[in-house]
Write a protein that binds this ligand. Sequence first.
Ligand code: G4P
Length: 282
Amino acid sequence: MNVQWYPGHMTKAKRQMQEDLKLIDLIIELVDARVPLSSRNPDIDRLGQNKSRLILLNKADLADERQNEAWKEYFQGKGFHVVKVDSRNGAGMKNIQNVIQEACKEKIERDRKRGIKNRPVRAMVAGIPNVGKSTFINSFAGKACAKTGNRPGVTKGKQWIRLNKNVELLDTPGILWPKFEDQEVGIRLAFVGSIKDDILNMEELALTLIGYLKEKYPGVLNARYEVSEEEENLGVLEGIARARGCLKKGEELDYAKASGILFDDFRSGKLGRITLEWAPAE
Ligand code: G4P
């Protein structure tokens, strides 16, 4: 899903988040493992004060495993609970239940001291568009889970998915807004396909991606397209266009088409597992 953001849209999303946050104990925040910082919105840290926090490095299957580990440590160092997941095929899901209990330990203990027994932890999923929120909810909740309606104790109009006797999940995710003011962030979100392609200059972006891959993942472009990575970035794009037969009328090379192929290959993991934003070295 791509959302075209404008101030009204953002204010509405923010207001909705604030309302939903009143109902829950735990925020399950999804970030894209390939761009963990660019796909976060730090406003969530302010909005979610006093809530238990779990960060899911989603799309971990598409990201570099060494970097996944490095990012996991990074966020753990900041006090978050962290799980790497692939929501599309369900990898990492089993682990989450335990981590939820761990993340909400204090709340469960508080309840116990007040004599409240067996009140399930209430959680909501949040993240920027396209990070995988719906895929995660479907995969995590599965088909077997019963939805709870407007029964006593359940806020009217809200649907909760009862995952087990310990956890209930709000069935609509909180949509966070990307940090548009930072151009670098915009570029990285475009690389992973979270910003509509038609508002971007794809060829320019392709050249930037080629430059990054040559530096951080040498050999990857050569392996896929048999291009020389010694070339300038434009030369590499030209090589991709030739390798894939991207020609306009009159034998002119079609760089736009070659850029599209490069992005499709990158986004679907055909270039291998690649992380675009590396965890800061401690
Ligand atoms: P959203 O609700 O946060 O907006 O995201 P959504 O679940 O719609 O997921 C956006 C895209 O990301 C979907 O691909 C989805 O399949 C893919 N996706 C979600 N989680 C993962 C993951 O862990 N690994 C991988 N590899 N992909 C993931 P799409 O191309 O838009 O749709 P489709 O081709 O899957 O139908």
